[in-house]
Every structure is written in C-alpha cells, then in structure tokens.
Design a protein around this ligand. Structure first.
Ligand code: PLP
Length: 429
C-alpha cells in the first residue's frame, strides 16, 4: 500500500508556528483518528486528494457544500463569467434579485430572501428578526443542536459570557413534553422555537423529526405569536427540493440555508414568510461580502441543477446501497453498526463502542484505503458519486472490518478521553 502522509506532517509543523493550534474549528483533525490528513490539494467530482497525493472517495463533501461534486463545470463557469463582470461592487448586481426570486419559488414557505456568507450569519439574523418581530426575547432550542459558532450558540463556551447565552431555554429533540415545558418556562416572552430539520448532532444517533413534534412546534409558535425557525443550513436540498420540514408537512416562518446552495461557493441565506417581512426590513444586518455577485451566479446554476436533475433520487439510491452493503459486511465479520438518520445523510457508528475505539480503528483503516468517512459526524453524498464508488467503499470497509476483527481488544481513544475531561472542566453556559 502506497499511502503516506509525510507532506501533511510537514505542513502541520509549519502550521503549528503560524496558525493557533495548527488549525481551528470543525476542520481541525485534532479529534479524528491519527492518520486523517489535515491538508488537501485538490477536489474533483466525488474525490478529494490530500497534499501527499492520496485520493479519497469523500463522504464529507466539504462538510456539506459539495452537493453535485467538486468542480462542477457549469457552476464554476457561471461563477467565473460573473467574476469577469465584477463580483464585490459598491452595490449588488441583478443576480441578487434573480436569486431571491428563484429561491422563494423553490421553497414553499418563503416569500422573501436575504443573503449572507455563513450559516451562522443566517441563524443569527433569524434570531434577531424573531426578536424584532415579536418584541420578545426568549429562544427555545434543542439541546446539543448546532446552529453555528457565534457567542449565542457556539458549542464550546470559551470566550463567551453568561449574558451572551441569556434568554435561551433548551428542550430535547422530538420530545414534545420537553418542548412544551420549555415553552411554558418562556411564558409570555417566547420569540422563537429553533429546530434542526433532523437531529443531526455529533457523537449521538441521528433522528428524523416525528410529525407530532414538528406539528406541536408549529402550534406552540402560533399560540404564542412566536416564529418557527428551521435551520436547514446542513440538510437543505439534501432531503428535499424544498425546506426539509416539507417532508413532515410543517412550514416554518423562517429557514436558514448555506452549505450546499451554491455547491461550495461562499453564500448563505435566510428565507422568510410574509408576516416577518417588516421585522426583517429593519434589523441592521450586513457584511462586506454579502452582496458579491459571483457566488450568487453559482447559486443560480446550482438551483437549475436542483430543479432539472435527479441528484436527490440518485444520492438517496447511493445512500441505500451503502447502508445495506455496510450492514451486510459488518454482519459477515461479526460486527453491528448503528447507521442512523436518512440514508442520504448518514451517521455511522458501532454498537457496543461507548469509547469509540472500534469506530476510530475502522475509519482510520478506511482512510488508508482511500475512503474518507467520519467517526462521529453525519456524512454526505454528492451526485458525482457512482455505484462503483460505493462498491469501492464497501470493499475497503470489508477489509477494515477484517483488520478490526484481527486487532482484538482495543484501548479507548486517548484524545477523546482528554477532550471529554477538558469539557467537564468548562463552566456549562
Ligand atoms: C454548518 C451549520 C451552521 C453554521 O454554518 P456556517 O456556515 O459554518 O457558519 C448552522 N447550522 C447548521 C445546522 C449547520 O450544520
């Protein structure tokens, strides 16, 4: 096997000197198995190459943005054409209005759209608009759900004050009673209920929303004149060609989007219903790059592909093929997997693996065989993947199960234990 990581190790040493911690945020490989590369040189279609030239079938898809695959010609050409005319100007180009028209036509609950850069921009703007619309403060949101990395929502409360976290009450996803209790606690101050489209938290099994939970969230918002916000930044257009909660028949008042909407070009969005238009018009939200025209042109072409191709049905079929094949290979080798969430947005962990030792060993073996899986974050498919890529993955998975079997009892993952201990020491906010 020719897999090596010498170039990656060298780059990491240089990074240590000039980048805090060598890397930060969700793309830091600090908490991934030892062999995971930190730096990449290229992405094309379904594949990703690290700086050592190793190729991976990439089931992270840039943590979500790559919906049609890396480097889609028609999307990147739309971007480049718009670049040639001007990208970041003193004001927006016509494409902004065109994109707002296209987006609101695509998503049934939406009457208006605002554009920004990151998912966090959109969720923070949703929070502000809900508070401005209702003239109330309290946000009710699910424990453990990710809504971005601003002080009000970042998962690690370092550098965050209690005041930054004020006016928030938590419930458990899909648990109607805990949602009702949180809303009751908010009393007459409920501004919004935040909901992830599915429970796609890290380290724990995923869950699709029950109709009872989603419907009750809608009712509670209506009873309290609060806004229902669905954070579709990660799952948007990966489960449906509409807001993900169209699948449970519930329309939010606001929805937040990012990641896949321009297939990797930098743009995110907030969509809203008529009733929140006034409140949205007056909050002061902006950014130097929010009106750049080239990512908008890329988004428009992405929307054409969303409408006109079978990308969704294709990724769903690939997801079913992978899930069935992995279950079959695991059983054959004497293992049981916990594959949770929708097949096209899977989280894959092992049964009887509380310390994640099996998961880390297995995904590390997969990395060395050209498959980029994640041991504790949900994964993604791109429409550039083929059945052959899935079969290649299944073969690598089978070999990795075999190695795992041969390895016998494993030590707990040291870096995870350390991270867990560090977390216990942080003040929960
Ligand atoms: C990624 C993500 C965000 C934040 O998006 P950024 O672009 O990283 O700021 C918010 N909500 C969900 C559900 C996400 O997955």
């Amino acid at each position: 096997m020719s897999w090596t990581n010498t170039a990656d190790r060298r780059l990491r040493e240089r990074a240590e000197a000039v980048i805090p911690g060598g890397m930060y945020g969700h793309q830091s490989v600090t908490l991934l198995p030892d062999d995971y590369p930190q730096f990449f040189s290229k992405g094309r279609g379904a594949y990703l190459w690290d700086v050592d030239g190793n190729r991976y079938v990439d089931f992270m898809c840039g943590y979500g943005p790559s919906l049609f695959g890396y480097g889609v010609e028609s999307i990147d050409q739309a971007y480049i054409r718009r670049m040639a005319e001007g990208d970041t100007l003193t004001g927006p180009a016509e494409v902004m209005v065109e994109l707002a028209e296209t987006f609101t036509a695509q998503v049934s609950h939406a009457d208006w759209a605002m554009f920004c850069k990151n998912g966090t921009d959109a969720t923070t703007m949703a929070l502000m608009i809900a508070r401005n619309h209702t003239q109330k403060k309290t946000i009710v949101r699910a424990r453990g759900a990710y809504h971005g990395a601003a002080p009000w929502c970042t998962p690690l409360p370092l550098g965050v004050t209690t005041a930054d976290r004020a006016n928030q009450i938590f419930y458990d996803y899909n648990d109607v009673e805990s949602l009702e209790a949180a809303v009751k606690e908010a009393g007459d101050d409920l501004a919004a209920i935040f909901a992830s489209p599915i429970k796609h938290d890290t380290f724990v099994d995923q869950e699709s929303p029950t109709v009872a939970y989603a419907t009750r969230a809608r009712e509670l918002c209506d009873e309290h004149d609060a806004l229902l916000i669905v954070d579709d930044v990660r799952a948007g257009f990966r489960l449906a060609r509409d807001c993900s909660w169209s699948l449970v028949g519930v329309e939010p008042d606001l929805s937040t989007w990012g990641k896949a909407i321009a297939n990797g070009h930098a743009i995110s969005a907030l969509l809203g219903a008529e009733k929140a238009r006034g409140a949205a018009a007056f909050v002061y939200v902006t950014g130097s790059y929010w009106f750049s025209a080239a990512p908008m042109a890329a988004a428009l072409e992405t929307f054409r592909l969303i409408r006109e191709t079978d990308y969704l049905e294709k990724t769903q079929a690939l997801g079913r093929r992978l899930r069935a094949g992995l279950d079959e290979a695991a059983a054959r080798r004497g293992f049981a997997l916990r594959q949770t969430g929708p097949e096209e947005l899977p989280l894959i962990m092992f049964e009887d693996d509380a310390d994640m030792a099996k998961g880390y060993f297995w995904t590390d073996a997969l990395i060395r065989r050209g498959v980029y899986f994640h041991p504790w974050h949900n994964m993604f498919f791109s429409a550039a993947m083929t059945e052959e890529d899935i079969d290649f993955t299944l073969e690598a998975a089978d070999e990795s199960f075999k190695l795992l079997k041969a390895a016998g009892p494993l030590e707990p993952v040291g870096k995870l234990q350390m991270a867990h201990q560090a977390l216990q020491m942080l003040q929960p906010l």
